[in-house]
Design a protein around this ligand. Structure first.
Ligand code: ADP
Length: 182
């Protein structure tokens, strides 16, 4: 019988899987947010719908107290997970591809590195990511895979407390593209 594997372990601490990020049972899921932090389309909308209003309430407070002009690209902040299985959401803003004066890769890498660092700072052990910037923000998926993999290798070296990173893709072909290019 053919077995359909939906998980591929690409490193001792990194798993690539097919699924819905909003249902992941981890300490934190990462949101591919926009700088306004008030919700949006794609994975951002899905997270806010599933997690309920407690998330956006904390986001508003973060805007008011720390980032009145919005969260800069590449940075990350943490909120409750609201009604999600995950206790926390880490919101990071990916680069809009081609609009950063050649700094796309550095900014995308910063999203992964800063999200892992923030999780570690809060004593978390497991974190799940979507493919940041590869939807509406237009980052080519093979290139994004290489950037994500390298950034995570660096971040995990620095943060031994992070025991498991899950890279979650809605589409099986996107997971395959990641594994083939990372
Ligand atoms: P961005 O604006 O950073 O490009 P998007 O939300 O448009 O972010 O897309 C990022 C990626 O997340 C896309 O590859 C999209 O298919 C994927 N995605 C959207 N919803 C989910 C979900 N619930 N679980 C996992 N991946 C998702």
């Amino acid at each position: 019988m053919e077995t359909r594997t939906t998980e591929t372990r690409i490193d001792e601490r990194i798993v690539v899987k097919v699924g819905d990020l909003t249902r992941e049972d981890v300490d934190a899921i990462v949101n591919a947010a926009n700088s306004a932090l008030l919700g949006g389309g794609g994975v951002d909308g899905a997270i806010h719908r599933a997690g309920g209003p407690a998330i956006v309430a904390e986001c508003r407070e973060i805007r008011r107290t720390q980032h009145p002009h919005g969260l800069p690209t590449g940075e990350a902040v943490i909120t409750t997970g609201g009604k999600l299985v995950a206790r926390h959401v880490i919101h990071t803003v990916g680069p809009i591809y081609g609009q950063n004066g050649g700094r796309d890769a550095a900014l995308l890498a910063a999203c992964y590195v800063n999200s892992v660092a923030l999780a570690a700072k809060h004593g978390l052990a497991s974190i799940a990511f979507p493919a940041i910037s590869t939807g509406v923000y237009g980052y080519p998926k093979p290139e994004a895979a290489r950037v994500a993999r390298a950034a995570l290798a660096k971040a995990l070296d620095e943060h031994a407390g992070i025991r498991e990173v899950r890279l979650v893709f809605f589409a099986p072909e996107d997971a395959k593209t990641f594994v083939e290019n990372a």
